[in-house]
Design a protein. Structure first.
Length: 572
């Protein structure tokens, strides 16, 4: 999915409400191919208008129905029931179509926004290594809540606005004129029940805002603490064996308890602010149901309106009040949405740093690696490795060593295209393969691990079995196509054997091995390097490691020391 069209937004202001529109709302609706989504949204709005129109027809039906009951017009009773059934059928059809269209545009928006944030996060994280707080929660939960609430609230606001305009004319026409005698003069107010509804809703909205100011912050903090607790649970799950072996079970329990204590502490704030909102919401609703009968009752008993008029007036008044009370009724959802927007806008800005690689990285069909005037820097601009040139030709084997922090990993990341601080030009083989210290294990079976990052159909079953046999891992044959957690049943050294099997399986022109034998003894290390060289005699190898035992497998030695890259030819 191409997000290049969004680059123009990065030059725009990023503060306030425009920031929210720029970062979260606008991208989906201005993308290429957004016409279908717009048409779906227009259909939803059209259906909402029809639903309001159907509600208006229902109030007129209620007027006629109660007048028929009052006058005992039995001949008209059956016709009204048929009309009611037709209105009910229309409601069913409209609700069905609305749900279909709404869920369609909802999943489209969520899918696009999820991919949008995934693209930003993965590239940013890979190139900077910066830690972002709970990215998985923001991408999965916050995006879902955002899309659901924006659609629900925006369409609800539009529907209530149309409903207000429609029903206010009924209330205005039926409520008549009320006379007030104030300060020695007579004052006449036409459509007084409409003004009462507006005043009541306005007061309720102001009070709700005053009561709920801190609910947004409390919800934001709750999501933050929940996400942190979840991430700690994941850490304990991933390192449960190491924790148990090091005697850290009590420490782990204490850490998790502290995390959950933060949840409980913030939950008390949520209880305090939520109970205020809930209590006022109930009071507002109950009082609102009482007011129309209080205002319309005298007109009915004085004979100014019929029973049907009375029912239509009270129902229309309630619809006007409900439309104007949208803010009161949906304040909790608005608070959640505001907190979610804050988190996603924050996430957007955290991943908005310039992570474009300054290195000119290109691929070549030729074997090997070429570095031209490459300089490696730290994020603060400090030079790690001064300008160097390097040429690794077909079949050559290079060993890179240096003290911790000397720049070995930065060198490897620059070659892979995941280090964004420095300059120079890097040309590498188009099928270069990198085996890093931390091994990513894709979800699936051993076959999925071996063929990564390609599909399992790329190689035959016989080929999979051949390479695991070559690295003395034949006992995994039974798990080759099983989705069990096979990686939990093998040691780190056995996992590194599988990494060599992966390299042999893919047959790259050049491979970069970063501490690829750190979990193996010298004998196993010699076995695997010899196997790799014999299986792929023309492969270029660049190894990064500390042990002197690696020297015998390489022809050239690169030492990174004091910011200088020195190349030494090895004998043999």
């Amino acid at each position: 999915m191409n997000f290049n069209f969004l680059k123009k937004f990065r030059k725009m202001p990023v503060s306030g409400h425009f920031s929210i529109f720029n970062c979260v709302v606008a991208p989906f609706w201005i993308r290429r191919g957004a016409m279908y989504s717009w048409l779906t949204l227009i259909c939803i709005v059209g259906i909402d208008l029809l639903i309001v129109y159907r509600s208006i027809l229902l109030t007129y039906w209620q007027k006629r129905f109660y007048d028929v009951l009052s006058d005992k017009l039995v001949n008209e009773f059956a016709g009204l029931l048929i009309e009611l059934a037709m209105l009910g059928g229309v409601a069913i059809i409209l609700d069905y179509l609305r749900s279909w269209f709404l869920l369609t545009v909802e999943i489209e928006w969520r899918d696009w926004l999820t991919r949008f944030y995934l693209d930003r996060w993965i590239v940013f994280d890979a190139n900077t290594g910066s830690e972002i707080e709970n990215p998985e929660q923001r991408i999965s939960e916050d995006v879902r809540v955002l899309v659901e609430n924006i659609l629900s609230l925006s369409l609800g606001l539009l529907g209530n606005f149309v409903s207000f305009l429609s029903f206010s004319t009924i209330v205005y026409s039926l409520s008549g004129v009320v006379e007030f005698f104030i300060f020695g003069g007579n004052f006449y107010v036409e459509g007084y029940m409409l003004w009462c509804a507006i005043f009541y809703a306005l007061c309720g909205s102001v009070i709700m805002e005053l009561l709920s100011k801190r609910l947004v912050l409390a919800d934001y903090n709750q999501k933050k603490s929940e996400g942190y607790f979840r991430s700690e649970l994941f850490r304990v799950r991933d390192y449960k064996l190491e924790i148990a072996m090091s005697g850290g079970i009590d420490y782990g329990k204490k850490t998790l308890s502290i995390c959950f204590d933060d949840i409980k502490k913030n939950w008390l704030d949520l209880i305090k602010y939520t109970k205020r909102v809930t209590a006022f919401d109930r009071l507002y609703t109950e009082a609102g149901a009482f007011i129309p009968y209080l205002l319309a009752g005298p007109m009915y008993f004085s004979g100014k309106i019929t029973l049907g008029d009375f029912m239509q007036l009270t129902q229309s008044f309630m619809r006007v009040r409900a439309s104007l009370s949208w803010f009161v009724y949906r304040y909790k959802d608005i608070a959640v949405l505001r907190a979610t927007l804050n988190r996603l806008v924050e996430f957007y800005h955290q991943t908005s740093q310039d992570y474009l690689i300054p290195f000119e990285i290109s691929s070549s069909v030729a074997n090997g690696l070429e570095c031209r005037d490459v300089v490696l820097r730290r994020p603060d601009g400090e030079v790690i490795v001064n300008s160097f040139n390097l040429n690794v030709f077909k079949g050559e084997r290079w060993l890179v060593q240096g003290m911790s922090g000397s720049g070995k990993t930065s060198f490897l990341r620059a070659i892979s295209g995941t280090w964004c601080w420095g300059s120079g030009e890097i040309i590498k083989s188009h099928d270069a393969m990198i085996v890093s210290q931390r091994t990513f294990i894709p979800r699936g079976n051993v076959e999925a691990f071996l063929c990564y990052p390609f599909g399992m159909e790329r190689f035959t079953r016989d080929k999979y079995e051949e390479v695991i046999s070559m690295v003395s891992m034949s006992f995994l044959s039974d798990l080759l196509f099983s989705d069990q957690d096979w990686y939990r049943k093998i040691s780190p050294g056995q996992l590194q054997r599988l990494l060599f099997a992966r390299v042999i399986l893919h047959e790259p022109n050049i491979v970069f091995l970063d501490e690829a034998t750190s979990a193996l003894d010298d004998e196993s290390e010699s076995e695997l390097y010899g196997l790799l060289i014999n299986a792929l005699p023309e492969i270029s190898i660049v190894s990064i490691g500390h042990g002197s035992s690696l020297i015998k497998f390489h022809q050239r030695f690169v030492e990174i020391k004091d910011g200088v890259l020195n190349v030494i030819n090895l004998p043999g």
